[in-house]
Ligand binder design. Sequence first.
Ligand SMILES: Nc1ncnc2c1ncn2[C@@H]1O[C@H](COP(=O)(O)OP(=O)(O)O)[C@@H](O)[C@H]1O
Ligand SMILES: [Mg+2]
Length: 248
Amino acid sequence: MIRVRALEKSYQDLKVLKGVEFEVAKGSIFALLGSNGAGKTTVVRILSTLLRADAGSADVNGFDVAAQPARVRESISLTGQFAAVDEILTGRENLVLVARLRHLADPGKIADDLLDRFSLTEAGGRKVATYSGGMRRRLDIAMSLIGEPPVIFLDEPTTGLDPEARIEVWQAVRELAGRGTTVLLTTQYLDEAEQLADRIAILHEGRIIVNGTLTELKQLLPPAKVEYVEKQPTLEDVFLTLVGKDKR
Ligand SMILES: Nc1ncnc2c1ncn2[C@@H]1O[C@H](COP(=O)(O)OP(=O)(O)O)[C@@H](O)[C@H]1O
Ligand SMILES: [Mg+2]
């Protein structure tokens, strides 16, 4: 569904991408993992036609991002790090608005179905200003699905969310892929890639340095060695000792 070949991009003197290559299979979740500034957003912006590469090529849904940008845009949706929902409207109104803008039949039904899919039915009638971070991000993902694009880009979908909200967003992402949508997500969190992705690619110093399933990545390291480690007492140990319930 996505094919990236020898992609290069510089900002003035700063070479960010130095020959990035990867492929994403239809209906899978692919995690582009990298630290802050690695170039993840740059890759996503090129794939979503917002930015032109200096060299190399990329296809999305069979269309070349440089030669057929309109066809690519019809095939994708992009959810950035900062939720693009309207605070003053309710969750349902946000969804209906986008469905209307896309000239789809029965915007109300589309909105209700998406609210249901993302466990937002109860919150649907409330202004988004009252939503938690996780609810907002779920609504954002729901909005990006209107029109059923086959490919969705999620750029750091859980950055800035609390642990509970992250788990909610993870469930939403799994739900997407379960229905056949191809998901490319970027993350700087190892656990997020581990939890969600069918394949993980690590972007480092302008190149993909490894690309594989979690099992394949784990096999790159030698088997774990057992080492003796002196254990420091935990706060729990201290507490139990002080209150006289030490059972050691
Ligand atoms: N428009 C720009 N002009 C100059 N430098 C940029 C621009 N956009 C990003 N960069 C730089 O390129 C590098 C990669 O950025 P980015 O793709 O946003 O990384 P990531 O999303 O992995 O954090 C960073 O060093 C960033 O500061
Ligand atoms: Mg980024």
